[in-house]
Design a protein. Sequence first.
Length: 524
Amino acid sequence: MKWPNHLLVTASFAQSLAFLPPPLTSTTLSQEISSSSQLHDSIALTRSKQVLEVVVEDVLRPFLVSTIAHGIPRSWEHFWTVETFNRTNAQHLVHALERLGPTYVKFGQALSTRQDVVPRPLADALEKLQHDMAPFDNDEARDILRKELGQVLSTEQLTAFLSSLSKEPVAAASIGQVYKGYLPDRGHVAVKIQRPLVRSVVEQDSAMLRQIATWVEAIPGIPASNQDSLIATKLVAAVDEFMARVMEELDYQNEAGNMEKFAELYCYRNGIFPDVNVVVPILYRDLCTSSILVMEWIEGEKLSSVGNSTIMDESTRAENLAMVEAGIAATLSQLLGTGLMHADPHTGNLLKVQTDEGLLLGFLDFGMLSTVPENVRDALVCAVAQLVFARDTQAVADLFGELDLIPGTVMNDSTKRLALAQALDAVFRDILLYPDEASTDGTTLVPVLRFDKLLAGLSLLVARFQFTLPPYFLNNARALGTLEGLARKLDPSFNSLQALYPYALNRILRNPKVRPRSDKKAAC
């Protein structure tokens, strides 16, 4: 079997996803968890037993059986396609994550977007976690709705509303599920209902995983490695960051506020930022609680279904490409314009919507928004200019240092700084394809940027140079990579950097104070 030939990907991938769940198959490890003074012993023991049972039943057992029955697979790709008990190994892992609940589902969702690191059969199987989760009981969902809205709607209104709901959820995710309903004074609505007891499970996972991370970080390093601990990645901080994002998604009142902020800036009806013109559902605040969100029903086609150019005519292909480009434009405008970004714009959260203004892009699921500081936005603009015009990776390294993405211990060490510049040069050689000559009209040709390789390249810097990838960068780089992939299916000549460059140039023209943060003179 062909295993990965270096450890940097493992360590860097952990930080780039802001979470690395350690193996939970050791008796000693489970004893460590249950005896921790930071956890309620009985709860910790119960949850750790649940996790161990699922891992053994749905992961270790089928993996072992498949290896015994079929031998050592010839590659990772082959391993995940081997079938036992009517499921492939990839499907067994997905089933295990789904059984373990939202914490592990969120991790699987992050993995599904990392086809630069995760073998394609596994990434394809993990995509199920983005939009095709098993729903919880419909009667239980209606009971939650009846309890939450009993003080807001009259008995007659509530009865009619419950009767209007779709018999089955139209969508089910790790934290909640959505029904289509009808309100006489508002029309068709989407009703998002949170899974019962989900917060309690996430809180237990958070405490348990933090204790595991603390235990792993305490393992001393190998003397020859010149490291104090065996794992260079800061696992406790990574777990804290990851779990904070999951807990943020559990707060439906926070999501309601996020939706209102996003609509105020970007909604085509009344948004104040002219560079983004998208559909955001109308929120019905008086019907929203900590467990329920009620909003306008948006009819549209998910962007994840528009990429197969072989089954569409030329007009539809052009229409779909325009929607994908709108998704890229909206993401870039948020990144470089206001800095307020939808933090998880995967293709399941983006819709192709017919409006009175024509086809527009629709956004769903506002559990997380990210705010990109202005100095980071300026630095990104400078980085684009340095790469397009000067091809100066040392200047880009300087920008990373001044934004605290790379610690001063690296930037102040001339040897490490040189090594960083060389590593960045190697990364950008792989992800940037520069044209050999100027265009015939005398303008500079913009190089091709491969977003699908960007995260893999930068993740290799994490362990070696303690490189920090902020969550807003990770989520939106993944989104841009996915959208770029769709665009390339529809138009093989599509160039994402050519789409990014006008936004960078526009920011420079609007803000002439933007300058490179390095001593080197370069175009910016």
